[in-house]
Design a protein around this ligand. Structure first.
Ligand code: GLC
Length: 561
């Protein structure tokens, strides 16, 4: 879908090949020229140091549910010089400089302004596929790196441009997509003869299998909050345009339907795992991002005539969603033993086995994998179906958003330590565990040659996840886990050319079809490093537990709650 950008003066144009108009420019600059406040960040009451965030029965400071004001610690750097390492006594690792250089090489400009980063800058690869695009989800770690380094304009630019893309009428064949849908990716096309830049956005229509990027809108809201938290600049999130953008995303996922659960029903591959991998229904990645986006939106939505209705809906949904996730998606040794002993066909309100899960459907690997200490949110829960696989992103976001209770967060970190070989191996970190093989692989993936066992989305190891692991480690007061993982990554990443993913049970091999110079592998590493050096950055991506959300109740007592 190629879209001209409009100032959105009330009129919607349908997709066509046009360039940015004068009015678009005006509109964008009006938004961009709002006074910037507090870019030079100062330490505030909200700040936290590594010792502050160590877990002592409570939670890390610096990610408060309440204030939007930024934690500080970082100074705006000289262009090209990462602020992080210069600020502290830490010796920067030799690959940090290369990483910054590679990250800057991936920058995409629109009308002279940096707007995002391409997915991969892989010269050696003959086929570019869609890796020359700016993916919304891929840009998040880049954005975090830039924010942490005091380079905030690119993030603001990205947020505003993607918002304008959301505003266009989106059609796939004859079907009109939801108004709030955010693109999976976009591309800047430069016409050197006419000297104009055009944006080409993909809302899933040209992706393989037409996958819907459900996560894009959630990441957009999460990034808007990170920007606001980092800069202290409330003027962006308070613009009518951003308020409307949030409301449109929210109306897509808060509308009433036939649901009997508060989780969000999705098609397969609608998130980071964007191919058929059996992640349809209620995948953990989407539920965690949904939860986090709702909480971020709650912090930013105005309580005006239009916003109020959403604020109320969000509060109700969060309450139900946290209950559901903490009760039914949570699995530890005790819970597994309970499910193993489940009776089936219980039809009354007192049923313990609410989803009629047949104990025989518990896979064999799980009995050995489950440690006595530790637990995690499983991949999916729906009628008679529990997907017991571990998915890293969903679990890390559950910790960061405080969807996980403090006890559950600690248990997830315990599991990572207990099952280091399986979940981290030689390269952090497994996107999911275990891989599916043979007949199951044929049925679930549709014989996908990219997703063979222990490769790519099917049990591959993705360095990008390092930044989320590090954030979760800091939040739970276990930075030593992150240090160990970063150590492993540092041994290989530069040498191997920053691959997109690694293959094998231990993640020892550069992925079969992995791109090199994959931007989010680079940015993920940098963000992990910067966060460890200055844990006050955690506040940008972490939310404290909301005391109003009730702790989990006993399963059998849940009917009336
Ligand atoms: C692959 C990944 C997806 C990512 C894209 C660009 O399709 O599965 O998560 O956004 O590459 O890097």
């Amino acid at each position: 879908m190629e879209l001209p950008l409009s100032g959105g003066g009330g009129m919607r144009r349908s997709a066509s090949h046009t360039s940015l108009s004068e009015s678009d420019d005006l509109d964008l600059s009006r938004l961009l020229n709002k006074p910037r406040i507090n870019v030079e960040r100062q330490r505030s009451f909200d700040d936290c140091s590594l010792s502050d965030v160590s877990y002592s029965g409570g939670h890390a400071r610096g990610g408060g549910f309440d204030g939007m004001y930024s934690p500080g610690g970082g100074l705006r750097s000289l262009v090209g010089t990462p602020a992080s390492s210069a600020l502290h006594s830490f010796e920067p690792h030799p690959i940090v400089g290369d990483a910054w250089e590679a990250l800057r090489r991936s920058l995409v400009f629109f009308r002279g302004q940096p707007l995002g980063t391409i997915a991969a800058f892989d010269h050696a690869s003959e086929e570019v596929l869609n890796y020359d695009q700016v993916f919304v989800r891929d840009f998040v770690p880049s954005a975090m790196a830039f924010l942490m380094n005091g380079e905030t304009d690119i993030v603001k630019n990205f947020l505003l441009k993607t918002l304008l893309l959301q505003g266009w009428e989106k059609k796939v064949d004859r079907f009109k997509l939801g108004e709030g849908a955010m693109p999976a990716s976009f591309k800047v096309l430069h016409d050197s003869k006419k000297g104009v830049d055009t944006l080409h956005a993909d809302f899933g229509e040209s992706a393989i299998g037409r996958v819907a990027p459900v996560d894009s809108g959630f990441w957009w809201i999460i990034l808007l909050r990170a920007y606001t938290k980092c800069t202290g600049d409330l003027s962006l999130s308070e613009t009518p345009e951003c308020q409307k953008g949030m409301r449109l995303i929210l109306s897509l996922c808060l509308s009433e339907g036939f649901d009997t659960f508060p989780t969000l029903l999705c098609a397969d591959g609608c998130c980071m795992i964007d191919r058929r991998m059996g992640v349809y229904g209620y995948p953990i990645e989407i539920q965690s991002l949904f939860f986090m986006a709702l909480r971020c939106a709650l912090l930013m939505l105005k309580h005006d005539a239009e916003g109020k209705e959403f604020v109320e809906k969000i509060a109700t949904r969060l309450h139900a969603l946290s209950y559901h996730m903490r009760s039914y998606f949570w699995l530890d040794f005790q819970q597994l033993n309970d499910i193993y002993r489940y009776k089936t066909e219980e039809y009354s309100h007192t049923a313990v086995n609410k989803f009629n899960v047949i104990p025989d459907s518990i896979p064999d690997w799980l009995f050995d994998f489950m440690p006595c200490q530790g637990g995690f949110f499983i991949g999916n829960v729906s009628p008679a179906r529990m997907d017991f696989r571990w998915f890293a992103l969903g679990n890390m976001i559950a910790i960061l958003s405080s969807l996980a209770t403090p006890e559950q967060s600690m248990a997830i970190m315990d599991l990572i330590e207990e099952r280091w070989e399986e979940l981290i191996g030689e390269m952090p970190l497994k996107i999911c565990y275990p891989a599916i093989e043979n007949h199951e692989w044929r049925i679930v993936t549709g014989c996908d040659p990219k997703n063979t066992r222990w490769s790519y989305h099917n049990g591959g190891s993705w360095p990008v996840l390092l930044w989320l692991l590090t954030a979760a480690c800091i939040k739970t007061g276990r930075p030593q886990i992150a240090r160990r993982a970063i150590d492993l990554a540092e041994r290989r990443l530069l040498k191997d050319g920053w691959p997109e993913y690694y293959d094998g049970k231990l993640g020892r091999y550069v992925g079969k079809q992995a791109r090199k110079f994959q931007t989010w592998s680079i940015a993920g590493y940098l963000v992990a490093k910067m966060m460890l050096e200055d844990p006050s950055h955690l506040g940008m991506i972490s939310l404290e537990e909301d005391k109003a959300m009730k702790p989990v109740l006993k399963r059998s007592a849940s009917w009336t709650n």
